[in-house]
Design a protein around this ligand. Structure first.
Ligand code: SME
Length: 322
């Protein structure tokens, strides 16, 4: 099957190009300048685009194999690395050359992209400031800007380094899990890979089960409780009641809970005195509304404030693989 192309403006192209180069199914990612003014003549240089008067946006041309990765997945990945509410600014980079946009050369791509924009807008609950336009023009950037972060591993990047680690982890995990139907096996593999790659102190699952009313759960009136599932790291408490600790709160509120300082979290259950910060991500079952929590992914770190919205976003993606 022939390759297809799509153009992503996502702030500084060094990071956007590096990210999409690592996506399975992508054949090439090339940094360049797109959507310049029709009055600009010839090929723009980096310095000209830098003046912010040419209309060009730093843009990456992504060529991909549609039988290996869909445009929808590519758009979804794109939204994971931009702030779609920030106008003409991504990270520390400011100016119209750093605006965000998806530009298509195949008009039949528009419908898929409109759907992707609509679901992102619904997820965020606010109008996006990301452009969606047919591609007007695109010029490849100078050679020194291609594969910039491969050539300069310590070079500037507006994306946190963890994004590239999470992308690799996510893709490798999807391949490892394949179509294995057993949830415990999938959880065990997931806990192991996150633990190995991210070097967190404790990574594991608590699964919603019928209550037997032991330990901390004695006081809970719920018919159900969280029971320890597959994990990596030191021994942990076996059962957690509904609404108890960070895990029970994520279960009760059916949302990801990020705790920068476990001591400041009321009711935190200290399985290890070494744990300083924590994130708990709920795993939902089926398509029922309201969504039902079937389990939670719990990760502990020995350093304070380890987890931020980047971790939340990627760990939620990872939990969807389960
Ligand atoms: N700290 C968790 C309990 C589980 S351990 O971190 C592994 C909580 O407060 O829910």
């Amino acid at each position: 099957m022939a390759t297809k192309e799509i153009f992503f403006a996502g702030g500084c192209f060094w990071g956007t190009e590096h990210f999409f180069s690592g996506v399975d199914g992508v054949v090439s990612a090339v940094s360049g300048y797109a959507q310049g003014s029709p009055f600009f003549e010839g090929r723009p240089s980096y310095e000209q685009v830098y003046t912010d008067t040419t209309g060009f946006a730093e843009t990456v041309r992504v060529c991909y194999r549609p039988e290996r990765i869909s445009l929808q997945t590519l758009a979804d990945l794109y939204f994971s690395i931009i702030d779609p509410l920030s106008l003409n600014r991504q990270g520390h980079d400011e100016g119209t050359r750093y605006r965000t946009g998806i530009y298509y050369s195949d008009p039949s791509d528009r419908a898929v992209l409109e759907d992707a924009f609509a679901s992102e807008e619904a997820r965020i609950g606010q109008p996006l400031v990301v452009e969606l336009e047919p591609l007007r023009n695109f010029f490849e950037a100078e050679e020194r800007h291609q594969k910039y972060l491969d050539k300069n591993p310590d070079g500037y990047c507006h994306l946190p380094a963890r994004v590239f680690k999470y992308l690799r982890l996510y893709q490798d995990l999807a391949a490892l899990l394949g179509d294995e139907p057993d949830l415990i096996a999938r959880m065990a593999e997931t806990a192991s890979l996150i633990y190995e790659r991210m070097k967190f102190f404790w990574v594991g699952f608590y699964i919603v089960r019928e209550a037997v009313g032991q330990g901390d759960c004695k006081a809970s009136k719920s018919r159900q409780e969280l029971v320890l599932g597959p994990f990596q790291g030191p021994p942990a408490c076996l059962r957690i009641g509904f609404g108890r600790g960070v895990c029970g709160t994520a279960w009760k509120d059916a949302r990801t809970v990020v705790v920068p300082d476990v001591e400041a979290f009321p009711g935190h259950i200290a399985c290890s005195s070494l744990s300083r910060s924590e994130i708990v991500v709920p795993i939902f079952t089926g398509i029922a509304r309201p969504k039902t929590v079937a389990a939670v992914l719990d990760i502990d770190s020995t350093t304070p404030a380890t987890f931020d919205p980047t971790d939340a976003l990627w760990l939620e993606k990872i939990c969807k693989l389960l």
